[in-house]
Design a protein around this ligand. Structure first.
Ligand code: IPE
Ligand code: IPE
Ligand code: MG
Length: 246
């Protein structure tokens, strides 16, 4: 039996988030520039989308560009932004054929105009699709998101719209970029790094974390199936005891 056949179709995560890491190291291993690694990384995005469509995963969040990534050399940042615009434009028809919608989380206002325009048009074009939602975390950082949520909630308290004692987990969740998206059951990070790098800090409270040595450009459908298979082998206790779960 291959991995796909071994996956329990009744226990598929609704939301999988991926920290796509290792493009630069992959390129270096090939004796190439870092940007080449990013461009081949697009192939791994296609593989992941296909795997999600096959399994019936509803939300695929991809950590595409963090607020900290602006600190990279300008040439690399410009290259990533151009690649993003190119890729969205190239893949639009295919995404539409796959009934995939597009959601962006992060500070879109801080992106270059060409990028913002392309994203706006793509979101509009794919608006009616609901089989899979591709969520791109772009110019995103979790602390930025949480800070904004705190500001918004503080303002509501100040104007009397909300009482401090009435603040709930749900009210906080609803102020995040992911307001309409369920928390990810599974977070994958490639390239052997074991850290979160400012990603979905509130939302990952009970996510299962899966780390793989595979560098992002080498990531295939099979790797996502392996991650889901591993997820299914875990006992999610949410603070309860093992006996209570069974
Ligand atoms: C991930 O690959 C892509 C982005 C962060 C944009 P990296 O570019 O971080 O690759 P490494 O970690 O340097 O190998
Ligand atoms: C995290 O990867 C951000 C994205 C995948 C977009 P990084 O490569 O930027 O993370 P660090 O710097 O190694 O923590
Ligand atoms: Mg990296």
């Amino acid at each position: 039996m291959n991995t796909l056949e071994k996956i329990d179709k009744n226990n598929i995560p609704e939301h999988v988030a991926i920290i796509m890491d290792g493009n630069g190291r992959w390129a270096k291993k090939q004796g190439q520039e870092r940007l080449y690694g990013h461009s081949i990384g697009v192939e791994a995005v296609r593989e992941s989308i296909n795997a999600c469509l096959t399994l019936g995963i509803k939300y695929l969040t991809l950590y595409t560009f963090s607020t900290e990534n602006w600190n990279r050399p300008k040439e690399e940042v410009d290259g990533i932004m151009n690649l993003l615009v190119q890729t969205i434009s190239n893949e639009l028809e295919l995404l539409n054929n796959h009934q995939t919608g597009l959601i962006v989380i992060g500070d879109e206002d801080g992106l270059p105009d060409s990028c913002r325009d392309e994203l706006r048009d793509a979101k509009e074009f794919l608006a009616k699709n609901n089989k899979l939602y591709l969520v791109l975390a772009l110019n995103y950082s979790s602390r930025w998101e949480i800070k904004n949520a705190i500001k918004n909630i503080s303002n509501k308290v100040k104007t009397g719209e909300l009482k401090t004692e009435d603040i709930t987990d749900e009210i906080i969740s609803n102020q995040l970029c992911t307001a309409l998206i369920p928390d990810p059951e599974l977070i994958i990070r490639t390239s052997g790094e074991h850290r979160i790098s400012n990603f979905l800090l509130w939302q990952l409270a009970y996510s299962e974390l899966y780390f793989t040595e595979v560098l992002w450009p080498d990531f295939k459908e099979e790797d996502l199936y392996l991650a889901v298979k591993n997820y299914q082998s875990r006992e999610r206790r949410f603070g309860q005891t093992s006996e209570q779960i069974i």
